[in-house]
Design a protein around this ligand. Structure first.
Ligand code: UD1
Ligand code: CA
Length: 447
């Protein structure tokens, strides 16, 4: 029988240092709110029950947690991490198995690391995720003897000697539900902060004859976010990891430090990304495609061998088939573009479906919005859209059709037709010299 797993996510803090109208744990890292990072970390580790501890003032956190399908436990007032865990006890009533305590403001712990926290149960009753740092500052210190964790001592309570310890508590703690709650029941607030410290459970359980151990993580992974500077640091750590992973999996980043990813960016091998490219959420770039400098992509699929930018903006709903081209100063939105089609210069293509091998000339605009509703433009295979065309949607351009440049196209164009939607040009022979003669005479009269 496999052991059941539960998680308690602590999110009842006031997050005053963020100076934000939004609760801290809803701020994003890599385009994903921190609370979602922790939730998916737990789910990926096979955790079935997740309880999120919120304060009464965190209505936005509560709504987000409910949206993620988490159970809610309210902690009011906040009397410390040990008290927070106790507040989750009722929600886990009857649960038998392993419980891990996670912080909603610590988003970057990796799946393999959490797996090691659970694996520690093979040898110990309790495990704590620790990390080495040369700036231990306010972190709780881990007092160890070999593999055995003897105590966690909060910085405020540390002796001179203990303050020198560089192995610190990340906050992640795991024990069986029975041990965790029985120990939390016995935690007191008899300390300098007058709080119920979750960290006291190590000594309490050891007093019961149970053992505890430390699982090691890197400092970057357990970085907790308290203010905007920490948020920026977490973002930087996340980006560094994504860049490394991209390159290791066969993606060329010309200037890695200038490329920014989202948590769900998918890049296939042999993709090349030039400098200053930003990925919003929901982007997949297929094998062999090139994203040239200064492009911004969000909610888009870029097909095999496609060529994007420089200075392209792909917005949500863009799906580009293989060997397509989207050039400089082109914006696409809800645009499905067939194989080999090109939109090379200065265009807006929105709410559109383009067939294969369509050529969209410079400065073409789909006029998709009438101030009330959005309308669709459909362009058939092999059509040629002359430069500076305005395509007033709803509109169908047939396969193989030609649009003369500069047209304002308002009615459907049949397959293979030529559409001219501009006034005919008139040339007036000798007009220039007649005009100049008149103007010079007028000027002479005035002077
Ligand atoms: C805690 C640990 C410390 C560890 C550090 C890592 C304790 C006593 N100390 O200290 O050993 O090195 O984290 O960052 O556990 N929270 C609640 N309710 C409360 C108090 C806190 O939900 O009553 C939540 C906060 O929202 C936060 C987390 O618990 O997500 C940690 O709380 P915080 O007050 O920041 O703990 P630290 O003092 O940093
Ligand atoms: Ca903290």
């Amino acid at each position: 029988m496999t052991t059941r797993r539960a998680a308690i996510i602590l999110a009842a803090g006031k997050s005053s240092r963020m100076k934000s109208s939004r609760s801290k744990v809803l701020h994003p890292v890599g385009g994903r709110p921190m609370i979602e990072w922790v939730t998916s970390l737990a789910r990926d580790a096979g955790v079935e029950n997740i309880v999120c501890v919120v304060g009464e003032g965190n209505a936005d956190v509560r709504a987000a947690a409910e949206g993620l399908g988490l159970e809610i436990a309210v902690q009011e007032p906040q009397q410390g991490t040990g008290h927070a865990v106790q507040c989750a006890k009722a929600a886990l009533d009857g649960f038998e198995g392993q419980v891990v305590v996670l912080y909603a403001d610590t988003p970057l712990i990796s799946g393999p690391t959490l797996k090691r926290v659970f694996e520690a149960f093979d040898t110990h009753a309790m495990s704590v995720l620790g990390f080495e740092t040369d700036a231990p500052a306010a972190y709780g210190r881990l007092v160890t003897n070999g593999n055995e964790l003897q105590a966690i001592v909060e910085a405020k309570e540390c002796s001179e000697e203990q303050l020198k310890i560089e192995l610190c508590n990340s906050g992640v703690v795991a024990a069986s539900a029975a041990d965790l709650f029985s120990a939390c029941d016995r935690v007191t607030n008899d300390n300098l902060k007058g709080e119920y410290y979750l960290t006291d459970i190590v000594e309490i359980l050891r007093g019961d004859g149970k053992s505890a151990t430390v699982v090691h993580a890197s400092e970057a992974e357990v970085l907790g976010v308290n203010d905007r500077r920490d948020l920026a640091q977490a973002e930087a750590a996340f980006q560094a990891l994504m860049r490394k992973n991209a390159m290791v999996s066969g993606v060329s980043l010309k200037h890695p430090e200038t490329v920014f990813f989202a948590y769900d960016t998918v890049l296939e091998p042999d993709v090349t990304i030039e400098a200053n490219v930003v990925f919003g959420t929901g982007v997949t770039v297929k094998r062999g495609a090139t994203i040239h400098a200064f492009s911004h992509l969000e909610g888009a699929v870029v097909g095999e061998g496609a060529n994007i930018g420089p200075f392209a903006r792909l917005r949500p709903g863009t799906v580009l088939a293989e060997n397509t081209k989207v050039g400089n100063f082109v914006e696409t939105k809800k645009a499905v573009v067939g194989k080999g089609s090109k939109i090379n210069h200065l265009s807006y293509v929105g709410d559109a479906e383009l067939g294969e091998n369509v050529n969209v000339g410079a400065g073409t605009i789909t006029c998709n919005y009438d101030g009330y509703n959005k309308h669709k433009t459909v362009i058939g295979d092999g059509a040629f859209i002359g430069s500076n065309s305005s395509l007033v949607a709803p509109l169908n351009i047939g396969a193989g059709a030609f649009l003369g440049s500069g047209g304002v196209v308002t009615t459907n164009v049949p397959d293979d037709a030529l559409a001219l939607a501009r006034s005919r040009q008139v040339n007036k022979d000798g007009w220039g010299s007649r005009f100049r003669a008149v103007q010079e005479k007028l000027k002479a009269k005035k002077s």
